[in-house]
Design a protein around this ligand. Structure first.
Ligand SMILES: NC(=O)c1ccc[n+]([C@@H]2O[C@H](COP(=O)([O-])OP(=O)(O)OC[C@H]3O[C@@H](n4cnc5c(N)ncnc54)[C@H](O)[C@@H]3O)[C@@H](O)[C@H]2O)c1
Ligand SMILES: O=P(O)(O)OC[C@H](O)CO
Length: 409
């Protein structure tokens, strides 16, 4: 995989693995650098993952496998005991064996006491409340990676902005990408992007950059993190892809297939790019793992809870009966509203997200809504382009008209 080069993989673990950890020994890539070389970045020596659901557990397992001392905090005593005693989390990650070095606790204060870095991995609707709880116990200056995908209802804030507002004086970033928790937990090769506010100019001395240090902390032969400073681009991709995945599921549910999905994915990318750019993010970030990558994953498989919800609704299953009545986190559901609220406020047009919102919240018919989506006025692609002056044919026509007008005068 290509891209900007920062010395992420050029690393030898700073803290040696103890003999008792031998079975869990680090699978981080080998390096040619000497140990503890002060001129190069180091992974965090201890990591606390807040949230023992499917993604929090998968990330904690990854860090533990990478040789990082990792503590997983969960609010359920039952889940915590099972992780410590049976090394499984059957509620959120059935049939996955977790590293024996991974320790769990339901005591947030104890979990955070020695944290060198923290990852918050709860649903987007809980990020503010959980950040507030973390703020009461976290040691000063410890960097925080938020791993939820969404936009806050009412405020329209990104998840890192929500966390930052509760956790002043901490560097807050995001880790996101195309990552089904189960595949990550069982060690399928997976790639993400770790974004914190830093300049690429720092890449020669990245010791200070949490983006690089988190990437190192999680790095194994099966888990690779790229780094970025574009939090907006990364977060908008992660939030919007869930809504587009619901749309893809709905269309498949009512009986359409691959053409329709490809069109929704591609136009979904356009919606992400326009919104990200409006908020100061970069289009090329959206073209990366957290945007196009995650959108492709989520829209292609019923493993996705978002796609699966759309699929069931498209098949005519009542919302209350989807997932056999179980409560499953489907981020795109609440976010269809928060994203379109934000887009409307910013004057950004997001037709697919608007269509999903109408179906979910206004009782609109799926087939009629998508037929209306397809019948919208002709537009340029990409949508940021203004047909009237940038289309070469219309430009030629305008020039010819101008010449004719000149001759007549
Ligand atoms: N599961 C995945 O494959 C995956 C992958 C990447 C990103 N994510 C993102 O990670 C975030 C979390 O999703 P998940 O899949 O882990 O969900 P999940 O339902 O599997 O787990 C959610 C966890 O958060 C806890 N939680 C919920 N509300 C809480 C609160 N108020 N206080 C404390 N704990 C609370 C739950 O107890 C549970 O442990 C979402 O934003 C999701 O989009 C998920
Ligand atoms: O199951 P979903 O739809 O919440 O998707 C999980 C992850 O976000 C995929 O990257």
């Amino acid at each position: 995989m290509g891209g900007r080069q920062v010395p992420v993989a050029e690393f030898t673990p700073a803290s040696p693995i103890t003999p008792s950890d031998a079975e869990e020994k680090s699978s981080r890539p080998e390096t040619s650098l000497p140990e503890n070389d002060e001129t190069h970045a180091h992974p965090f020596s201890s990591l606390t993952v807040v949230g023992a659901g499917s993604w929090g557990t998968a990330l904690a397992a990854t860090a533990a496998r990478a040789g990082t001392k990792t503590i997983l905090w969960g609010r359920s005593e039952e889940v915590v005991n099972e992780i410590n005693e049976a090394h499984t989390n059957s509620v959120f990650l059935p049939d996955c064996e977790l590293p024996r070095t991974l320790k769990a606790t339901s005591d947030l204060q104890a979990a955070l006491a020695d944290a060198d870095a923290v990852m918050i991995v709860v649903p987007s609707s809980a990020i503010r409340a959980v950040s507030e709880q973390v703020a009461a116990h976290i040691p000063e200056g410890v960097p925080i990676a938020v791993c939820a995908k969404g936009i806050e209802a009412d405020t329209g804030l990104l998840m890192t902005q929500v966390a930052e507002s509760e956790l002043a004086n901490h560097s807050v970033g995001v880790i996101s990408g195309p990552t089904f928790a189960r595949e990550t937990a069982i060690g399928h090769p997976t790639a993400v992007v770790s974004a914190f506010p830093f300049s690429y100019a720092d890449r020669l001395t990245p010791d200070e950059s949490p983006a690089v240090r988190f990437a190192m902390t999680l790095s194994t032969e099966a888990f690779r993190a790229y780094v970025s400073d574009d939090l907006v681009g990364v977060e908008i991709g992660g939030a919007v892809k869930n809504v587009v995945a619901i749309a893809c599921g709905m269309m498949q549910g009512v009986g359409f297939a691959e053409n329709t999905r490809a069109a929704l994915i591609t136009r979904g990318i356009d919606e992400m790019m326009v919104l990200a750019e409006k908020l100061g993010g970069r289009r090329e970030t959206v073209a990366g793992l957290s945007g196009v990558g995650d959108l492709t994953l989520t829209c292609s498989s019923p493993t996705s809870r978002n796609m699966s919800l759309g699929l069931q609704l498209g098949q005519g299953i009542e919302r209350k009966d989807c997932f056999e009545g179980r409560h499953i986190v489907v981020e795109g559901e609440a976010n269809a509203r928060s994203i379109t609220d934000l887009a409307r406020r910013l004057g950004v047009t997001m037709p697919i997200c608007e269509a999903v919102r109408r179906i979910l919240y206004e009782g609109a018919d799926i087939e009629q809504t998508f037929a209306a989506l397809w019948s919208r006025p002709i537009e340029a692609e990409p949508s940021a382009m203004d047909l009237s002056y940038s289309h070469p044919a219309s430009q030629e026509a305008q020039e010819a008209l101008a010449r004719a007008a000149e001759k007549m005068s």
